[in-house]
Design a protein around this ligand. Structure first.
Ligand code: ADP
Length: 596
């Protein structure tokens, strides 16, 4: 590549500063001829002081001294030429010259010190940027190295769990492997998150979402843990908040899970209460969302209340508990990134209240991109569809084996290429409908292979999905801008793989009922039959209140139901008290759907 010819290259700075010094002194001298000719030989140094100052700031000590020297020579010898009379006449004029020399030297020295400090600061900054860059690269590759084996652990243990022929004992073991893998993944995510925060790479990504749904999801998620410890997990009945908002859903969910999770973890008996509210601001579309998580747990000593928001800090006797001490550090960063704040009120032995406020934007339901409902395990392709050819380009045996295990039983034709170059060859020979492309591979990486395939006949039409273990937004953006259609982050779940196929190939899959869905329906939970006696009006009212997560409305509905059917009322009240909103909604649904 040709570098453009610039002044910097033609004339090194050492020479440029001296030329500037000479030029500025010449200008200062010529000002005495015009427009200052009326001054004659008085005020000799008037124009030379500012000139020396500018020279010293631009060129440092040596240029400043050169400027001072030149100005003195002009004052001693140049008078008769410039103003037709000498500048230095009386002994006092020599004194003026000495003062000028001293001041010029001082100005030049100070300017030089400033210049050096500046250069040092710039160097330090460059070094810090380079270190930061190195850290990001290290993190990206660590993330890749750790997620790739985890992908196999989580993927295969989930696949095996769904397979017939295992004893209960073996299934429990598989669950332990899967749970431990998930725990490890959470730890890796936490460490990565905190490093991203420190590297300034943590960004807010706003979208419209159903806050009510999120609260339900989080409380559903935590209910089991709370039940195991005989704790009551409650949503404060007075909670009122906008249901649809625009904010960073993923990060807000992380904050809620973190705070409620901690509250359950550090509470031995009593309850954990989640309270949501909204405070209006001048702009009615931008309220402040207030979230409080209150527990009756062990509490935090006053001197520890500031420290717990620092990374890796765990306090009190529970310091040996499972955890990294990163949750609250990340939580605070997220809240600050969203423009909010978090604080804590706590009494040792009595419990804690974590209180956070974040500005959000109100949104309409119509703006919501409906999240895909988890339809359950895929058991096959719907009949009457073409034979789809899917190519996996992936070098790691365990990873391509996993993907093959996910895809083949459903009825896809699958071939594997173990590096980018082989992938390109296989594409030409087999013309697949879709390619799963790993990004890091020996011989030829995923980006280059994609570019080559795109340049071949048929290469524009084929769908190429990146498989990346990176969680860095930049890397994902790079993948998309390099011509890949989409990406899946490792470790992925089978349903993410199928979602991707449905989205890009428009194929139709056949689903079995989810094990989770069937697990939610045993007799210990609510069954649709339990709610059969409900009138259509009460059914509708309760459904509305549950969807709005309106505590007082839910209470009122249940009271009305109790008046007609006390047994059903108390059953519903016990579920609502435990925040089993999803269970009630599910039990309501089959009949609710029949009503027009
Ligand atoms: P971790 O939960 O992984 O230890 P966190 O950053 O989430 O890390 O919490 C840091 C520490 O703050 C915890 O180890 C615990 O000592 C204290 N802590 C957090 N939440 C609570 C709570 N609700 N009650 C009592 N102590 C808490």
């Amino acid at each position: 590549m040709n570098n453009p010819i610039t002044l910097n290259r033609l004339l090194p700075w050492t020479w440029r500063r001296y030329i500037v010094a000479v030029a500025l002194i010449a200008v200062a001298a010529s000002l005495r001829v015009w427009p200052l000719q009326s001054l004659g030989s008085t005020l000799v140094w008037l124009t030379f002081y500012p000139a020396v100052m500018v020279i010293a700031i631009y060129g440092g000590l040596s240029a400043g001294l050169l400027g001072t020297g030149l100005a003195c020579l002009i004052a001693i010898f140049g008078g008769p030429i410039l103003v037709h009379q000498p500048f230095i006449n009386k002994p006092a004029d020599w004194l003026g010259l000495m003062v000028f020399v001293m001041t010029g030297t001082m100005i030049s020295s100070v300017a030089e010190a400033m210049r050096r400090a500046n250069v040092r600061a710039r160097l330090e900054q460059k070094k810090a940027e380079a270190a930061n860059q190195a850290k990001s690269i290290f993190l990206a590759s660590m993330s890749h190295e750790l997620r790739t084996p985890l992908n196999a652990i989580l993927g295969f243990s989930s696949l095996l769990r769904n397979e017939a022929g295992f004893s209960d004992e073996q299934r429990k073991t598989l669950d332990i492997i899967n749970r431990s893998g998930m725990h490890l993944l959470n730890l890796i995510n936490d460490v990565l998150d905190i490093s991203k925060v420190e590297a300034g790479q943590y960004q807010v990504e706003n979208s419209v979402f159903d806050l009510g749904g999120m609260v339900r999801e989080v409380t559903d998620l935590m209910r089991l843990r709370a039940e195991e410890k005989h704790l009551q997990l409650r949503l404060d009945q007075a909670s009122k908040f906008p249901r649809f908002i625009r904010a960073d859903a993923g990060k807000l969910r992380q904050v809620l899970i973190n705070l409620v999770g901690n509250a359950v973890k550090f509470t031995g008996q009593g309850s954990v209460t989640l309270r949501l509210n909204a405070r209006l601001t001048q702009d009615p579309h931008r309220p402040i969302l207030i979230i409080e998580v209150e527990d009756t747990g062990i509490g935090i000593a006053a001197e520890d209340q500031v420290r717990i928001f620092d990374p890796f800090v765990q306090v009190g006797e529970q310091a040996t508990q499972k955890g990294t001490g990163l949750g609250l550090a990340i939580t605070r960063k997220i809240v600050e990134l969203m423009g909010g704040q978090i604080n804590i009120e706590s009494t040792l032995g009595r419990g804690s209240i974590f209180h956070l406020e974040v500005p959000v934007e109100r949104a309409e339901e119509t703006e919501l991109i409906i999240a895909k409902i988890n339809l359950g395990q895929v058991i096959g392709l719907a009949p009457g569809q073409p034979e789809y050819r899917l190519l996996i380009v992936e070098d790691q045996l365990e990873n391509w084996l996993l993907l093959k295990h996910i895809l083949e039983p459903v009825g896809f034709q699958v071939r594997v290429a173990e590096n980018g170059a082989e992938g390109v060859k296989e594409f030409q020979a087999w013309q697949p409908h879709l390619i799963w492309m790993d990004m890091r591979m020996p011989v030829m990486d995923g980006l280059e292979a994609t570019q080559r395939i795109r340049a071949l006949p048929g290469g524009r039409e084929v769908k190429i999905m990146a498989l990346t273990a990176s969680t860095f937004k930049e890397e994902r953006d790079k993948v998309i801008s390099a011509g890949l259609d989409d990406f899946i982050a490792k470790p992925y779940r089978a349903d993410e793989i199928f979602d991707c196929l449905v989205r890009h190939l428009g194929l139709v899959l056949v689903y079995a009922e989810t094990p989770q869905a069937s697990r939610l329906k045993p007799a210990s939970l609510l069954r649709p039959e339990d709610l059969a006696p409900l009138s259509a009006a009460l059914r509708q009212e309760l459904t509305g209140a549950l969807l709005q997560l309106d505590g007082s409305q839910i209470d009122a509905s249940i009271r009305r139901i109790s008046e007609q059917n006390p047994a059903l009322g108390s059953l519903l009240a016990s579920h609502a008290g435990q925040l089993g909103y999803t269970a009630i909604l599910q039990a309501l649904q089959p009949l609710a759907e029949e009503t027009p």
